[in-house]
Design a protein around this ligand. Structure first.
Ligand code: PMP
Length: 406
C-alpha cells in the first residue's frame, strides 16, 4: 500500500488501514454473496444478519443491557439535537399531559460549542422551556470561553425535566477515570435524582467507543455518529432506554409536536432500524472495526490507549507552555482526551508548526475554524507510535523556538 499520512483530523478521522483493506474486498463481494456491500439489498438475509451482529458487538463492548435498545439511523449528531427533543417531549407529554409548554422544562448543561448548539436547537423547536442547568462560560476569565468544566455547585437541575442533556466530550472526558468513578471535574452524575427513569441524554459523538460509558444504564439516550472512532460518516448509533421509545403519534394527539417519521425512535425500533434504507457501507465498515476492537481487548484496551496517548500529549504541551511556545486552550484537568487543543505562540509560528507537521506526514492538525490554533484528535485508530511521532515533533519545535531560555 502507498504510504498513508498520519491523520489527526477531528472527523471523519483515521480508520485502521487493515480494516480499509478488508473493506475493499467487501465492496466487491460481501460475505461470499457475489454482490458488493454497496449493491446488496438491506433486506437480504446476509445484511440483516450482519446488522444483528453489529448490534451484538456494540452490546458486548459497552455492556448494554436489555433495558436499552440499540438503534441505527442517519443524520449525525446534529439531527439528534432535534430528535431527542421531539421524542423526549412526546414521552413527557404522555406522562404529564396537563402541563403547559412553559412548565415543560428541558435541562441543558452548556460546556462547549456542541452543547450550545444542542440547546439552541431545543429552543428553536419550541414546545418547552429550555433551562441552562450550567454554563461553563461563566467560570472563564473572559466570561466567553468554554475552557473549563464547572464544579458541582455550578449546576441547577429542574424538577422533573423532560430531558437533561450533556455532551460527553466536553464534560466527562477531561480526566482519567474508570467506568465507576467520576471525578469532581466531570459531569456530576451524583447530583442527579436517583430515578430509575432518569431522562438523561448523553451526546457521545466525539468519544464513543474510546472507553466504557460511565453510568450507561442510568441514561435515557446516548447517541453518536460513527465517524470518529468506529467507522465512516453516515451512520448514527443510538442507545435508547425502552421507556423512551414512545408512541409519538399518541403524544401528538395530546398536543405534542408531531415527530417526522424517520426521527421517531419507535419507527426505528419497530422496524429493526430498517424502516428506510440504512447507510449500508458505513454499517459494514463499522462492523469490521468493532470486531477488530473486540479482538484487541475491547474498551479496556482502548481506554488504556486513550489515557496513555492523551497523557503524553498533555505532558508535552505543559512543557511547551513553560518554554513559552504553546498555550493550552482549556484549563488543566478540563481538557478532552480525544481532542487536545492549543495555541502556538509567536508571530507566524502556528503556520510554521502546521506546515512542518505536514512535511513530516502528519495531517489534520489545524484547529476548528471557530477556535483556531492546533487541534490534535487522537481517535482509536491513531496509534501510540503515531502519537509519539507528533510528540517528538512538538518537543523539537518547542526546543527550537523556546522564548523562556535563561
Ligand atoms: N456533537 C458532538 C459532540 C460532536 O463532536 C459532533 C461532530 N464533531 C456533533 C455533535 C455533530 O455531529 P454530525 O456532524 O455527525 O452532525
Amino acid at each position: 500500500m502507498e504510504s498513508r499520512a498520519i491523520n489527526f483530523g477531528a472527523g471523519p478521522s483515521a480508520l485502521p488501514a487493515s480494516i480499509l483493506q478488508e473493506a475493499t474486498k467487501g465492496l466487491l463481494n460481501f460475505n461470499g454473496t457475489g454482490l458488493g456491500i454497496a449493491e446488496i439489498s438491506h433486506r437480504s438475509k446476509e445484511f440483516t444478519t450482519y446488522l444483528q451482529c453489529v448490534e451484538h458487538n456494540i452490546r458486548k463492548l459497552l455492556d448494554v443491557q436489555p433495558t436499552h435498545s440499540i438503534l441505527f439511523t442517519q443524520g449525525g449528531g446534529s439531527t439528534q439535537f432535534s430528535a431527542v427533543v421531539l421524542n423526549m417531549l412526546a414521552r413527557h407529554r404522555l406522562l404529564h399531559p396537563q402541563l403547559t409548554d412553559e412548565d415543560r422544562v428541558l435541562d441543558y448543561v452548556v460546556t462547549g460549542s456542541w452543547s450550545k448548539k444542542a440547546a439552541e436547537e431545543a429552543r428553536r423547536m419550541g414546545g418547552s422551556t429550555v433551562h441552562i442547568a450550567a454554563d461553563s462560560r461563566k467560570y472563564s476569565k473572559d466570561q466567553k470561553s468554554f475552557d473549563n468544566i464547572p464544579t458541582t455547585d455550578a449546576y441547577s437541575f429542574s424538577n422533573d425535566p423532560a430531558l437533561i442533556y450533556y455532551c460527553a466530550n466536553e464534560t466527562v472526558d477531561g480526566v482519567e477515570f474508570s467506568a465507576e468513578e467520576t471525578s469532581p471535574a466531570s459531569f456530576p452524575f451524583q447530583l442527579l435524582p436517583k430515578n430509575a427513569l432518569l431522562p438523561l441524554v448523553g451526546d457521545y459523538s466525539s468519544s464513543f467507543m474510546s472507553r466504557p460509558i460511565p453510568h450507561l444504564s442510568d441514561h435515557a439516550i446516548i447517541y453518536a455518529g460513527a465517524q470518529k472512532n468506529v467507522g465512516p460518516a453516515g451512520l448514527t448509533i443510538l442507545i435508547v432506554r425502552n421507556d423512551c421509545i414512545v408512541d409519538v403519534d399518541a403524544a401528538a394527539r395530546l398536543g405534542a409536536i408531531p415527530v417526522p417519521i424517520c426521527l421517531s425512535y419507535k419507527t426505528l425500533a419497530d422496524h429493526n432500524s430498517l424502516y428506510n434504507t440504512p447507510p449500508v457501507l458505513s454499517i459494514y465498515i463499522t462492523g469490521l472495526v468493532l470486531e477488530y476492537m473486540l479482538q484487541l481487548g475491547g474498551l479496556d484496551y482502548y481506554a488504556g490507549l486513550t489515557n496513555r496517548k492523551s497523557k503524553k500529549l498533555y505532558d508535552v504541551l505543559k512543557d511547551g507552555e513553560t518554554k513559552g511556545i504553546f498555550k493550552g486552550k482549556v484549563k488543566g484537568g478540563s481538557g478532552s482526551q480525544m481532542n487536545v487543543v492549543f495555541d502556538v505562540l509567536g508571530e507566524g509560528l502556528l503556520a510554521k508548526f502546521i506546515a512542518g507537521a505536514e512535511e513530516r506526514g502528519m495531517k489534520g492538525l489545524k484547529g476548528h475554524r471557530s477556535v483556531g490554533g492546533v487541534r490534535v484528535s487522537i481517535y482509536n485508530a491513531v496509534t501510540e507510535e503515531e502519537t509519539d511521532q507528533l510528540i517528538s515533533y512538538m518537543e523539537q519545535f518547542a526546543g527550537q523556538h523556546e522564548v523562556n531560555k535563561e
